[in-house]
Write a protein that binds this ligand. Structure first.
Ligand SMILES: [Zn+2]
Length: 295
């Protein structure tokens, strides 16, 4: 059975310290780390998710995101999607995204991110290897002639709720995976390879409800430990070594910061004294590594 830390347990300073040390040890003990992330990491940046009680599907129909309904009436999709798109363009990478990139940059780990998110925030935070298995809003493709466009070419249309068009008169479709479409082959193959080579897997901000993403953890080597960081239970909790059922900003950044502090001070993690306040200066440094939003 996993060791589970929920919000009420983590209110206790001693329990929180123990929980953070255990997380940091998991980071320290592996060289090749894989993060599988979902909407929960981006909601902390202010981006609405799709499936939660306050998600997009409560106000719009899931059918809007099917390829058939897009092809039947692209303008209906674009007029509804404009609000979500404006959230994406306005939202900065948060401490969760920054923590994952800091592990790579400051702890010299090999980190691969497999994300179901289309908001590009892992790249904004500086992560170098990101497999976007549901695509991203970075590019769009003409449905008639297949010409590919950069977001600078269609951003204004999308923000104002208009369907962007190609020189040939065809309508552009963002390079994100709609219901009824297959996953991008190169990205999914990259995600699978990352899983095969993982020494530890961190499942972050996803309840693993959507296949095939939810099946990816099964591709990891049998001896690779799982850690789950998600507000709600997931089907993989029972197989995990550690489960953190808490907002990410109270766990993930502090786990990374504790490892950095241990490496800088030479004090082993297990003996390192720290609290929220003492680790905050390390976390505050990460913001300067975020890239400008324009990609
Ligand atoms: Zn075209």
């Amino acid at each position: 059975m996993p060791l589970l830390f929920d919000r009420s347990a983590l209110m206790d300073k001693g329990v929180w310290h123990d929980a953070i040390v255990r997380l940091a040890v998991r980071f320290r003990e592996a060289t090749r780390l894989v993060f599988l992330t979902g909407a929960g990491i981006s909601t902390e940046s202010g981006i609405p998710d799709f499936r939660s009680t306050t998600g997009l599907y409560k106000t719009t129909s899931e059918e809007l995101f099917s390829i058939d309904s897009f092809l039947a009436d692209p303008s209906r999709f674009y007029s509804t999607f404009a609000t979500f798109y404006s959230y994406v363009l306005d939202s900065p990478a948060n401490l969760g995204h920054q923590a994952i990139s800091a592990l790579e940059r400051e702890c010299h780990k090999s980190v691969e991110v497999v994300t179901q998110n289309i908001d590009m925030l892992h790249t904004v935070a500086g992560s170098s290897t990101v497999w976007e298995i549901h695509g991203s809003l970075r590019r769009a493709t003409c449905m008639r002639c297949g010409k590919s466009y950069d977001q600078d070419d269609f951003k204004c249309d999308m923000l104002s709720g208009r369907a962007p068009t190609c020189g040939c008169g065809g309508v552009l479709k963002p390079d994100v995976v709609f219901y009824g479409e297959g996953l991008p082959e190169r990205e999914y193959a990259g995600a699978q390879r990352a899983m095969w080579n993982a020494e530890a897997l961190f499942i972050v901000g996803t309840s693993l409800a959507v296949y095939p993403a939810a099946g990816l953890p099964r591709e990891c080597p049998a001896d690779a430990p799982f850690v789950v960081l998600n507000l709600t239970p997931t089907p993989l909790d029972v197989q995990a070594t550690l489960v953190y059922r808490e907002v990410l900003c109270n766990t993930l950044p502090f786990g990374v910061a504790a490892l950095i502090e241990s490496e800088r001070s030479g004090i082993p993690l297990e003996e390192l004294p720290f609290d929220h306040e003492s680790l905050t200066p390390i976390i505050d440094e990460w913001i300067k590594f975020s890239k400008p939003r324009k990609l």
